[in-house]
Design a protein around this ligand. Structure first.
Ligand code: NDP
Length: 449
């Protein structure tokens, strides 16, 4: 980036920060994209003339609403729900719903912004959105979760629909929560339409949707390694999280011959130097999806060590796949990972690496797969679920898995096309520009609105 572009970036960010005070996650996500897009605009003045970046960083609309519900003791509880509809330039808004005590408007704006470019990269007609609530599902009974989901949908249903906005799951929202919300939407509208994805298989869900984000991230790793004449087989992999994305990234790594040596939750991480077995993974799935227990229980049954209050970035590994949450890898973690042999970083969570970590990986020559490319498999299969719902048919597991592989390869190749730098590829730049161009062309085509 030359001095003029640097000055343009600073000026752009100052304006954005003034208009969106205290929204640090949103600033971070925008800066990461703008740093690549602003120099690209030098050769594409039409995008600058049409203020495309300025328009895409101002969400189409933000809906905020009270969610009032009753707990098992009969107490009235109040939370805040949101839906950030960032851009529907290339299709209906699409993106998950997050239930977590740390959900804020800033977090959802960053996620909706990122989602716009991620959805564009899939090649499917989906705009970008994200929603959620500052509701903490931990320790809540099944009935309380159900009542919260129904109350949340009461606030949201007017703003979504199969041609308007199609939410899915995210942190704290899995198949159970999607089903409660979809059921309530169906009751309120008296229509059975594909208004959410991640549904149960007996009522419009797609096979492989549950697995797709984790599988897709490992397919992306496979593509990156194959480009270098290497393979996933035999690699030692450190994974964080133990939820949906972490579980299926682990499953696919094991299937392709890699050794997964860590998993974590918000309490700490487990280190299993011999690798987590398929039996161990089944235990984790039961523990996290049914019993809602802590990852520390793993070592009591399968050995290895538990490290309370720590993140898994201090172990020997070839590949790291953060799969928990944003900003879970800082600059020090990045140095530690490089020191322990890490050569590939796959962002399966959304924006898990802080800017200092990204810089360090770049300097150290680590292959870096940014989240908007690496975890796009989830929304890609959501897009395929929408297609199946519209056609009123269901594809087989092999058909969907094959389509997922093709989409992940195509995303990889677009990153190479826009990010090639000599023999190397800047996947971050490639994904930012490839994702931007398609949306930008649509924005320009619509004129001033
Ligand atoms: P889950 O709720 O299934 O799992 C989240 C995991 O991350 C849990 O192990 C949780 O631990 C841990 N975690 C959450 N917050 C923190 C925190 N602040 N510090 C440490 N650990 C934390 O979520 P998903 O697996 O669905 O999502 C994980 C990431 O992947 C998110 O960034 C999400 O946006 C992204 N993603 C998910 C997609 C999907 O299809 N599900 C699609 C694309 C991206 P604990 O159990 O203790 O809370």
């Amino acid at each position: 980036m030359d001095n003029t572009d640097e000055a343009r970036l600073d000026e752009f960010m100052q304006g954005l920060e003034r208009r969106n005070p205290n929204e640090h996650e949103f600033h971070q996500a925008v800066r990461e994209v703008a740093a690549d897009v602003i120099p690209f605009l030098d050769d594409h003045p039409e995008y600058r003339e049409h203020q495309v970046l300025e328009r895409l960083t101002e969400p189409d609309r933000i809906i905020a609403f009270r969610v009032c519900w009753e707990d098992d003791e009969g107490n009235v509880r109040v939370n805040r729900g949101y839906r950030v509809q960032n851009s529907n330039a290339i299709g209906p808004y699409k993106g998950g719903i997050r239930f977590h005590k740390e959900v804020t408007q800033s977090v959802l704006k960053f996620l909706a912004f990122e989602q716009t470019f991620k959805n564009s990269l899939t090649g499917l007609p989906m705009g970008g959105g994200k929603g959620g609530a500052d509701f903490n599902p931990k320790g809540k009974s099944q009935r309380e979760i159900m009542r919260f989901c129904q109350a949340f949908m009461h606030g949201l249903w007017r703003h979504i629909g199969p041609n308007t906005d199609v939410p899915a799951g995210d942190i704290g929202v899995g198949g159970r929560e999607v089903s409660y919300m979809f059921g309530e939407y169906k009751r309120l509208t008296n229509e059975f339409t594909g208004s959410m994805t991640g549904k149960g298989l007996s009522f419009g869900g797609s096979v492989i949707r549950t697995e797709s984000t984790g599988y897709g991230a490992v397919y992306f790793l496979k593509n990156m390694l194959e480009r270098k004449g290497d393979s996933v087989d035999g690699k030692v992999v450190a994974i964080s999280g133990s939820g949906n994305v972490a579980q299926y990234a682990t499953e696919k790594c094991i299937e392709l011959g890699a050794k997964v040596v860590t998993l974590s939750d918000s309490g700490g991480f487990i280190h299993v130097p011999d690798g987590i077995t398929s039996e161990g993974l089944r235990f984790v799935m039961d523990l996290k999806n049914k019993r809602r227990g802590r990852i520390s229980e793993f070592t009591e049954k399968f050995g290895g060590t538990y490290h309370e209050g720590e993140r898994p970035w201090s172990v020997d590994c070839d590949v790291a796949i953060p799969s928990a949450t944003q900003n879970e890898v800082n600059g020090e973690d990045a140095k530690s990972l490089v020191k322990h042999g890490c050569k590939s970083m796959i962002e399966a969570a959304n924006m898990p690496c802080e800017p200092e970590a990204v810089d360090h990986f770049k300097e150290a020559g680590v292959m870096f797969a940014p989240s908007k490319a690496a975890n796009a498999g989830g929304v890609a299969v959501s897009g395929l679920e929408m297609t199946q719902n519209s056609m009123r048919l269901s594809w087989s597991r092999d058909e969907v898995d094959e389509k997922l592989k093709v989409i992940m390869k195509s995303i990889h190749d677009k990153c190479v096309e826009y990010g090639q730098d000599g023999d190397d590829v800047d996947y971050l730049k490639g994904s930012n520009i490839a994702g931007f161009v398609k949306v930008a062309d649509a924005v320009v085509a619509y004129g001033v609105l």
